[in-house]
Design a protein. Structure first.
Length: 340
């Protein structure tokens, strides 16, 4: 058995007693993200959780990945979208991560379980994306074939090709987002030092998405914003370091409203604080724990209107995982203090 399969088998053993709670949490998450989800969502969640925990508890992680890849290829061949399955996988992974924090007895086992589950989630997403890309390539080839055989439909086919190219561009962007999510999870899941965790998160997000500037900040016990940031080569930040008093700018607004803030043109936003030269657009995602704001992720870009709803969704997923990672770091620090 591989080290990954062994770690996943232990994690499944911890999750099996909480199977019903896991099904309930996943079903609620899917229903919240899709208002049109019907009553069959629970039976879907039961099948998915049972298949995942059953396979992992028997050490059959590779069999699970192979079967899912085959199912994804069949779905892609029929023209089915991969976005729904991808969102469902992300949602289940978050539920499992949160459950593991509650049931793992020690920091070492928790770290190994989180890292193994994150690697499995990344590989499951890669399988979905690969099948989607192959299906898209196949559809492009078929469209080109039809164009060669039917010149009278040239205009219609050209429009179809343009749509496919736009779809490919969107798929590439989603692939980069999924890759970034996987990288952040892999880099910070084993970390139990909050300062290093914040810096690794900022560095990984900035390097994978090529944003002009990324900051991951939290509120300390005095309500003052502290954190870490990463910028492209040559990018500097004015007023770096610990802030004084309540947070201002777009970050401050996101913290007050407890909701994502997307600014297509910072020159037109009265709250914008010009701390990074060349910034044209900004997105701030609050980090919420139990409904309370504990920090934020700040993205800035030199491109106008650089952020869309997909970016907001990815940012919220990052924020949810950071809540878990920061809680792990806090619990580990408290345990060390008790031992001392």
């Amino acid at each position: 058995m591989t080290p990954l399969a062994d770690a996943l088998q232990r994690a499944a053993g911890r999750l099996l007693p909480r199977r019903d709670e896991l099904v309930d949490e996943w079903a609620r998450a899917l229903a919240a993200s899709d208002p049109d989800a019907g009553p069959e969502v629970r039976s879907f969640c039961e099948r998915g959780v049972d298949a995942l925990l059953g396979r992992l508890s028997r050490g059959e992680a590779e069999d699970l990945l192979r079967e899912e890849a085959e199912e994804a290829e069949a779905a892609s061949a029929s023209g089915a979208s991969f976005q729904g399955p991808a969102r469902a996988l992300e949602s289940l992974e978050r539920c499992c991560l949160i459950a593991l924090v509650a049931v793992c007895p020690g920091a070492d086992e928790l770290r190994d379980s989180l890292a193994a589950l994150a690697e499995l989630g990344g590989r499951r997403m890669e399988g979905l994306l690969r099948a989607h890309e192959q299906g898209a390539a196949r559809r492009i080839a078929e469209a080109q074939d039809r164009e060669a055989r039917a010149g009278e439909k040239l205009v219609e086919l050209q429009r179809s090709n343009d749509d496919l190219r736009r779809s490919e561009a969107q798929s590439q962007h989603r692939a980069e987002q999924i890759g970034m999510l996987s990288s952040v999870v892999h880099r910070i899941a084993p970390l139990l030092d909050s300062d290093r965790l914040l810096q690794e998160a900022a560095d990984t997000i900035q390097s994978r998405m090529s944003h002009t500037y990324v900051a991951v900040v939290v509120l300390d016990h005095e309500g003052i914003v502290v954190g870490r940031w990463a910028g492209r080569r040559g990018v500097d930040r004015q007023g770096a370091g610990r802030t004084q008093g309540p947070a201002g700018g777009i970050i401050g607004r996101a913290l007050r409203k407890r909701a994502p803030q997307v600014v297509a043109d910072v020159a037109e936003d009265p709250d914008y604080h010009a701390d990074v030269e060349g910034t044209r657009s900004e997105m701030v995602i609050p980090i919420l724990e139990g409904g309370e704001v504990v920090g934020a992720i700040d993205f800035q870009s030199e491109r106008p209107a650089a952020f869309d709803l997909d970016d907001v969704a990815v940012g919220e997923t990052l924020a949810e995982f950071l809540v878990v990672a920061l809680r792990n770091a806090r619990l580990f620090a408290e345990a060390r203090e008790r031992e001392a």
